[in-house]
Design a protein around this ligand. Structure first.
Ligand SMILES: Nc1ncnc2c1ncn2[C@@H]1O[C@H](COP(=O)(O)OP(=O)(O)OP(=O)(O)O)[C@@H](O)[C@H]1O
Ligand SMILES: [Mg+2]
Length: 362
């Protein structure tokens, strides 16, 4: 089969953006875009090559960069299917660009469609959709502009709380100090998020319980959760907030000094594990996720799993030493990196009714 991998690559070292450890030297008082933050979602060459190598075991593989010429490249190459890992170049609909082009060209692709990708890149909208269906998610309010901040603060009653930009992922804008303890801090954090990221910001009640992330593979009744991962905060630096912040993801966790933060499979009793999996599968289904996704969940003070957010394009760092949840959960289920990638392709092909080789069943 002819497969095209569509991706956005992090600028190589030597340019202004780069690897996690470079983030620490940045001047955070500067206005956006912040180079290391801006490209945090993009893939390293090593990830793109790892995906290509996995697919090349059974298929003919092309690489297509998700830039302005992607449309022409697809039109010329006419792949049988696109393995989509493109995070998109800009704006709140960035993840939907490539899937929209592929819909238009009638070329099959892995993963969720443009609507799901756009909704999930809008955290408040995701929460509204889930809330409508009775899926627990923490209370929130949105300030679209700095002018709305004071009204939001006046109407807000839940402390501590956390402030985040509404259209980001990879913990962009979720800093250790994004937690606010009082109205003054909330006002300051909202203003900072709106002006730094040039988009609305939301405040959310800070859930105090354990945090989990759930990888899901498959579609319809065949959608299955991978072994749960717990994110443990006890190994974060002394005095830091119990959140998986930008610092924890990209600055404090380095190949030289990896943060021991994931437990997989998570140590949970059967009842809790079932309720986490149920709520994750419900979110996956309600939001129309396809083939694969990773769902972030945190327990509230009563121990009830709440959805924090949904990632229909999960990160897939190939090195087992990297803290990358989806590959880690897949390994715990007995799937090596290549198996995971080939399985996602197989799942997508099955959805389209495309015949391909069978790989190790999930
Ligand atoms: N309401 C909340 N209560 C408690 N912790 C929270 C809450 N919202 C966010 N966090 C913490 O902040 C982290 C990052 O938040 P969130 O998952 O919303 O950001 P993200 O950038 O979309 O993440 P990802 O890297 O998974 O795309 C969470 O993993 C969690 O530790
Ligand atoms: Mg998250």
């Amino acid at each position: 089969m002819h497969v095209a991998v569509c991706y956005n690559e992090k600028p190589r070292s030597g340019s202004s953006a780069g690897s996690s450890s470079e983030g620490s030297s940045e001047d955070l008082s500067e206005p956006p875009p912040f180079s290391s933050e801006r490209y945090a979602e993009f893939d390293d060459r090593s990830t793109i090559e790892a995906v290509r190598n996995a697919l090349s075991r059974f298929h003919e593989v092309d690489l297509v960069e998700a830039d302005e010429s992607a449309y022409i490249r697809f039109l010329e190459a006419q792949p049988d299917i696109v393995f989509n890992i493109a995070e998109g170049l800009r704006g709140p609909y960035r993840e939907a660009f490539i899937p929209s082009i592929l819909e238009f060209l009638q070329i099959p692709y892995t993963g969720s469609g443009p609507l799901t990708l756009s909704i999930c890149l809008d955290k408040p909208l995701t929460k509204q959709v889930l809330g409508y269906h009775g899926v627990p998610t923490p209370e929130f309010r949105v300030a679209s502009t700095v002018g709305e901040v004071e009204d939001v603060v006046k109407g807000w009653a839940f402390y501590p709380c956390i402030v985040k930009p509404v259209h980001e992922g990879s913990s962009i804008g979720v800093w250790n100090d994004s937690v606010a303890e009082d109205p003054l801090q909330l006002s300051e954090r909202l203003r900072r998020a709106i002006s730094r990221y040039g988009q609305p910001a939301m405040v959310e009640r800070l859930l105090p319980g354990r945090e989990f992330t759930v990888g899901i593979l498959g579609n319809g009744r065949q959608a299955r959760p991978l072994p749960l991962i717990e994110i443990r905060f006890d190994n974060l630096p002394e005095g830091s907030k119990p959140i998986y912040s930008y610092e924890a993801k990209w600055i404090w966790d380095t190949p030289a000094r990896p943060l021991d933060i994931f437990d997989c499979p998570a140590q949970v009793d059967e009842g809790l594990s079932r309720s986490i999996e149920e709520v994750a599968l419900a979110a996956y289904r309600i939001l129309g996720c396809r083939d694969w996704a990773r769902i972030d969940i945190r327990l509230d003070e009563r121990g009830i799993p709440n959805i924090l957010e949904v990632n229909p394009l999960p990160g897939i760092l190939p090195d087992p030493r990297d803290n990358s949840c989806m590959p880690k959960a897949a390994r715990a289920a007995g799937m090596e990196y290549d198996d995971l990638i080939l399985n996602v392709l197989e799942i997508a092909c099955r959805r389209y009714g495309i015949k391909t080789i069978e790989v190790k069943a999930i």
